[in-house]
Design a protein around this ligand. Structure first.
Ligand code: BDR
Ligand code: CA
Length: 314
């Protein structure tokens, strides 16, 4: 199976993604690294441990990561989307599992070096841990197999602001750094995830599909998240943001995209956190106004998804 590290801020759709990955024989989850985001780091770490315990997978290490963005304060998260506990206000008891002593960035570096060209990194939250790992050990860029992020919006409006997607807006500096590194990078942003849908009926089928402890925990948490999606996004169910990354790693043919040079707006103002694709040819790139994109690597930006196949896989 494909070795993956999930960097995550659970978060209800993160929980769905973790469940999806743990139940996919195509994937081997070699660790979870946690980051602030949907809620604070203490809660996202506690939630990662709870999910693994419910799955009976206490053998998978959890490494605790950043509590705040590289150079900004943490905005406090989005409890109104994911619940005060980050898991849909189910307030499940603390897990008896503990995080490992190693930090998220050190775990990421160590594992990528241990398994050269074998690991796919799957960041599902703000890109702070990934940026910290890359700053500390730039050589991992050549040793990682692929980085598949949930984040950004190339040609789509934002969800955390009119301009920006939540994971990128949480740490625009980290995102600009990570999207500018020379490693095989896939961006699964709102361009695709806001065209996905797990309908209410399909959500019920997931719940009925298994009475495992993990499924119960995730489906209980999902009730609150679906409610938010239904009222806020006016859809009959919910978007599949983070689970889309897992689906991509299992079967990339469900998605299609195009390569773009990406810059992230890091200046405060209306567009903070916007992922800007470079549009134009070499000629345009040579013009002074195109300076911000010059020398940037191509990012494989997903633009279409086959929702039926995605939901079937999930
Ligand atoms: C992303 O933001 C978080 O709220 C979700 O977990 C997902 O990673 C969607 O913009
Ligand atoms: Ca997330």
């Amino acid at each position: 199976p494909q070795k993956i590290i999930i960097d995550t801020d659970p978060g209800v759709d993160d929980a769905m993604a973790i469940q999806f990955a743990l139940n996919s024989p195509e994937l081997e989850v070699i660790g979870l690294t946690t980051v602030y985001g949907n809620v604070n780091l203490e809660l996202t770490t506690a939630n990662a441990l709870k999910l693994l315990e419910a799955a009976g997978r206490g053998d998978i290490p959890v490494a605790k990561g950043a509590a705040k963005p590289l150079s900004r304060p943490f905005g406090g998260g989005v409890a109104f989307v994911h619940g005060d506990d980050g898991l849909g206000n189910i307030f499940s008891p603390e897990s008896s599992l503990k995080p490992i002593a190693q930090s998220a960035e050190d775990f990421i570096i160590e594992q990528i070096k241990k398994y050269p060209n074998e690991i796919i990194l799957a960041p599902l939250g703000p890109l702070t841990n990934i940026a910290l790992a890359l700053q500390k050990a730039p050589e991992i860029a050549e040793l990682v197999k692929e980085v598949v992020i949930m984040g950004g919006n190339a040609f789509w409006p934002g969800n955390a602001s009119p301009a920006a997607e939540a994971n990128i807006l949480n740490d625009p500096e980290a995102a600009d750094y990570v999207l500018g590194a020379c490693w095989p990078m896939v961006m699964i942003g709102l361009d695709v995830t806001e065209t996905t849908l797990l309908s209410h009926k399909e959500g019920q089928e997931v719940r009925a599909g298994s009475d495992s402890e993990l499924n119960k925990m995730v489906c209980d948490a999902y009730v609150f998240y679906e409610q938010f999606n239904t009222t806020n996004n006016k859809i009959d169910g919910s978007f599949l943001h983070d689970p889309s990354v897992i689906a991509y790693m299992i079967d990339a043919s469900i998605f299609s995209g195009e390569e773009y040079l990406i810059r992230v707006e890091t200046q405060d103002g209306l567009s903070l956190g916007k992922t800007w694709p470079f549009i134009g040819d070499e000629d345009v790139l040579a013009r002074p106004a195109s300076e911000p994109w010059r020398g940037r690597p191509a990012v494989n930006v997903m633009l279409k998804v086959d929702n039926e196949r995605l939901v079937t896989l999930l």
